[in-house]
Design a protein around this ligand. Structure first.
Ligand code: 5GP
Ligand code: MN
Length: 346
């Protein structure tokens, strides 16, 4: 049996909404990842089974290694189809906000969601959600939104409506947000849920291959370049940094997703506990910051204090306005401020 995590009152409230709703829109965050799409598409499949009109809208493109996900072709990209997105949101009875804690995390799409009079449901696992939905299912102690969506589906009594396709989506979200079950993955419930997903017929080994062994030649060459030429190790403070300029992106015909997961690579070096990856984004006029840590080092605090961002204890991100050199200087300032914590024995 699964432990009950979501309050019964919220489950009943959601069930009532979904029962009454004709049209449902599910939205998720910028640069949607496996968990954003996994939780959204998992719910989409179940709502389809309930004969609802349901659409997933995301602010912008997802990485190509997720393009196999069942029903992903139905996902509407707001940056490509703003008018259609507006129509869908205007017509929605219920809007599900999955895997983000603040309307800022969905960019301009946030204004549409905010202005809508639809009922709004949040399901998320990021810290400190802002209060923008009537029902807030927020559980930062749970490692993926996909797990929360699975729990919600089951508790509403819809496990039987969960198809193999829905199970594949949920599994993808869980697997990617726990680094293939290498972090935040010690709760026993996780494996109970995976058992249930296997019962639905998923091939977890194949899903792993589709997500992680499906990269382009460009990406692996870029990875080689980054590790050989760009990795800067601050061994005194157990930290590492890689930067990726616009010029280098052109040189390697960079497309979105090619640098996915690079920020984790330095953590495989013995002693490194804090890693950063900075990518210049001229189009958006900023540097995108990704931070990762192991153990108790709070990389989300660094993201919040130095890079106008946030996230989880061990995986966070933010933005920096300025040049790459200035961003590096800012990072080094953070390293100085956090030296004591970084050198402390775990
Ligand atoms: P990634 O490095 O994969 O882009 O992001 C890792 C995590 O950091 C995300 O799941 C999210 O929780 C958080 N994050 C990334 N970028 C931002 C940002 O700009 N603002 C905030 N508040 N959190 C972010
Ligand atoms: Mn997530």
């Amino acid at each position: 049996m699964l432990s009950k995590i979501i309050e019964q009152e919220k489950i009943d409230h959601c069930a009532k909404w979904f029962d009454k709703a004709k049209r449902v829109v599910i939205v998720s965050h910028l640069s949607p990842d496996g968990d954003a799409l996994g939780s959204s598409l998992g719910m989409l499949h179940v709502l389809h089974e309930m004969h609802k009109e349901v659409t997933v809208i995301v602010p912008n493109e997802y990485a190509s290694f997720l393009s196999w996900m069942p029903a992903i072709k139905e996902v509407v990209l707001y940056n490509k189809y703003p008018d259609f997105s507006q129509q869908l949101i205007d017509a929605a009875d219920v809007i599900c906000c999955f895997d983000f804690n603040d309307l800022k995390r969905i960019g301009d799409l946030g204004k549409l969601v905010e202005a809508s009079s639809a009922r709004k449901l949040l399901v998320d696992h990021h810290l400190n959600p802002t209060d923008f939905c009537e029902i807030m299912i927020s559980h930062p102690e749970i490692s993926s939104t996909s797990e929360l969506v699975f729990r919600l589906i089951c508790r509403m009594g819809f496990y039987d409506l969960l198809s193999k396709e829905a199970a594949e989506c949920i599994y993808t979200g869980m697997m990617t947000d726990m680094g293939s079950f290498t972090y935040n993955s010690n709760r026993e419930d996780i494996y109970f849920i995976i058992g249930r997903l296997l019962k639905k017929g998923i091939d977890k080994d194949d899903i792993y291959r589709r997500v992680f062994n499906n990269y382009s030649e460009n990406r692996i060459r870029l990875m080689g370049f980054m590790l050989y030429k760009k990795l800067k190790v601050y061994s005194d403070v157990h930290a590492a940094l890689m930067t990726f300029s616009q010029e280098e992106q052109e040189q390697f015909n960079f497309i979105k997703g090619d640098a996915e997961g690079f920020v984790n690579l330095p953590l495989s070096v013995s002693g490194i506990r804090f890693s950063a990856f900075f990518r210049e984004d001229k189009e958006q006029g900023m540097i995108k910051i990704s931070l990762r840590s192991v153990g108790s080092f709070p990389c989300n605090q660094v993201a919040g204090t130095y890079f106008n961002g946030g996230g989880h204890l061990n995986a966070s991100g933010g933005e920096f306005t300025g040049t790459l050199e200035e961003a590096v200087a800012q990072f080094e300032k953070a390293l100085e401020a956090y030296t004591e914590l970084l050198v402390a024995e775990e």
